[in-house]
Design a protein around this ligand. Structure first.
Ligand code: AMP
Length: 284
């Protein structure tokens, strides 16, 4: 596996890689969720490129950019073990060269996916999806993959990316793979590293609330507000959980329907101590 830090080296290495090329964009601190995407790419392509870049553009000023967990050496070993061909780990100057920058801003050009970017995660994290969309488009241009792999864990993110790829006619296929979970249901996340032992015990409640919502829908509940209320009330019983939102939405628009018609997506976000966790479930 080659470790690549600059755009120049990347272009040289890509030129000799057999196609088709699979690409897995990440922020590192790898867990089985990331590895499942690398494995899918390996299965479905002749070459695999993984990017590891903690993108400042997608973090708000009060968010966890500075303390986001990092372990470059372990990540290198894990990616190598998965048979990744290139690990692209640019620094900020490589991704956002300071030439021509407005002071205080990383770059002038931003990619905005209207509507989808401003609700739910976008409402709680203003500018987040603009940062994600911008860096992903940039990475697609640098890597030129045939297929790019994303996790369902970040459902709204995957939808934003599928939408921008369609809207901008980008020549890349997007594959979204299932959420990898711990045995107790907690979705794997780099941010789980922030959890204290007590918070770790409490954290599966987010997924349990989504399962409760699913159960109510399967039993015939068709009023989204009734489902949302039950999920909220279930989460409020956990003192270590500070709810951001749980909701029932149409999978493509992310709007709450007047009445539930399958499929629907159940989305949730909650704080457990310093960790803001998200999860989702599609009811088909
Ligand atoms: P991140 O490093 O958190 O930006 O995630 C990189 C990619 O891994 C994104 O496409 C995520 O959706 C995906 N991912 C993160 N956690 C999981 C998980 N538990 N299961 C599957 N994919 C995941």
């Amino acid at each position: 596996m080659k470790i690549i830090r600059s755009r120049e080296e990347l272009q040289a290495a890509l030129a000799v890689l057999p196609r088709p090329l699979g690409f897995v964009p990440t922020m590192g601190y790898f867990h089985e969720g990331h590895l499942s995407l690398m494995r899918a790419s390996r299965r479905e392509n002749r070459s695999t490129v993984v990017s590891l870049y903690v993108n400042p553009l997608q973090f708000g000023p009060q968010e966890d950019l500075a303390r986001y967990p990092r372990d470059a050496e372990r990540d290198r070993l894990l990616a190598e073990r998965e048979g990744v061909d290139l690990l692209f780990t640019p620094d900020d100057e490589e991704m956002y060269p300071s030439v021509g920058r407005i002071p205080g801003s990383l770059q002038r050009t931003r990619v905005q996916v209207e509507g989808l970017s401003s609700i739910w995660e976008g409402a709680s994290r203003p500018g987040h999806f603009e940062g994600v969309a911008t860096v992903v488009v940039k990475l697609f241009h640098l890597v030129q993959p045939d297929t790019a792999y994303f996790g369902q864990k970040d459902y709204q993110q995957a939808l934003v990316i599928q939408t921008l790829v369609r809207d901008l006619a980008l020549p890349v296929t997007i594959r979204v793979l299932p959420t990898v979970r711990e045995a107790d249901g907690l979705a794997l996340s780099s941010r789980n590293a922030y959890l204290s032992p007590q918070e770790r015990q409490a954290a599966p409640r987010l997924y349990q609330s989504l399962r409760l919502g699913e159960e109510l829908i399967r039993q015939g509940e068709r009023d989204p507000q009734a489902v949302i209320w039950q999920m909220e009330s279930f989460l409020s019983k956990e003192p270590l959980c500070r709810l951001d939102y749980v909701t029932v939405v149409a999978p493509e628009t992310l709007l709450v329907p007047a009445a539930i018609r399958l499929p629907v997506a159940l989305l949730g976000a909650a704080w457990f101590g310093k960790a803001r966790l998200i999860d989702n479930l599609i009811v088909r």
